[in-house]
Design a protein around this ligand. Structure first.
Ligand code: AP5
Ligand code: MG
Length: 212
């Protein structure tokens, strides 16, 4: 069983590596950010509550986020494992997750701040299937159009300089206690996410998971 958590700053590439690895590992990629963006698009009660927090680069309250993940992990496709991206982000979320399931691997994506700023500044994403591109690092074949589903590519609302600054500050503040929590369990591994080739970072993560 591979119950994996990816932890990394905004723009470290959590979503990018997860979209590669979900095929290699055959387990679902669960991104709370993606789930919230879908809820916002569908105008569900969770989406309406989350929108203001997300657009401003703040965290959605723990109670809302924990309930969302609890329900998602209960689904059948998670029975052989899952890859969590963007959850947990606070100690309270990690403690709640501990009561729901056992985590087998925590992968910390080490990345420099100048690298993440370059990545967030050029990120574009498909409005339809969510696939993540980058204007220069990972450009689509046709500008503005998704290679996978021909959907429209857009820039996320929270990829504005003010929101980026806030998101990074929250990450640097919250990640220490989070990593300590998992360090004590002896399940933490580090991957170098400065590498500009996403496939290679994904392969490094695979090695960390498979040698266990
Ligand atoms: P979320 O969607 O999770 O955003 P985030 O944490 O800010 O992380 P990002 O998605 O920005 O970064 P990423 O690491 O996935 O990078 P990516 O792969 O896209 O959350 C959004 C919001 O939802 C939060 O701010 C919060 O409000 C709310 N939320 C979510 N979870 C929550 C929780 N648990 N609790 C409370 N609130 C929560 O890559 C970035 C770019 O770089 C891409 O363009 C990509 O092509 C490029 N790139 C990636 N890797 C490489 C590489 N190795 N080389 C070159 N380019 C690369
Ligand atoms: Mg992401």
């Amino acid at each position: 069983m591979k119950n994996i958590i990816l932890i990394g700053a905004q723009g470290a590439g959590k979503g990018t590596y997860a979209q590669i690895l979900k095929n290699d590992l055959n387990i679902p990629h669960i991104s709370t950010g993606d789930m919230f963006r879908e809820a916002i698009k569908a105008e569900t009660p969770v989406g309406i509550e989350a929108k203001n927090y997300i657009d401003q680069g703040q965290l959605v309250p723990d109670t809302v986020t924990i309930k969302l993940v609890d329900e998602r992990l209960a689904r059948d496709d998670c029975k052989d494992g899952f890859m969590l991206d963007g959850f947990p982000r606070t100690l309270a979320q990690a403690e709640a997750l501990d009561k729901i399931t056992d985590i087998t691997h925590v992968i910390i994506l080490d990345v420099r701040e100048d690298v993440v700023l370059q990545r967030l500044g050029g990120r574009i994403q498909c409005r339809n299937c969510g696939f993540i591109f980058h204007k220069t690092n990972l450009p689509p074949k046709v500008e503005g159009v998704c290679d996978k589903c021909s959907g429209e590519l857009y820039t996320r609302e929270d990829d504005q300089p003010e929101a980026i600054k806030k998101r990074l500050a929250i990450f640097y503040e919250q990640s220490g206690p989070l990593v300590d929590f998992y360090d004590k369990k002896g399940i933490v591994h580090h991957a170098d996410a400065n590498n500009p080739v996403p496939r290679e970072v994904a392969d490094d993560i695979l090695k960390l998971i498979r040698t266990e």
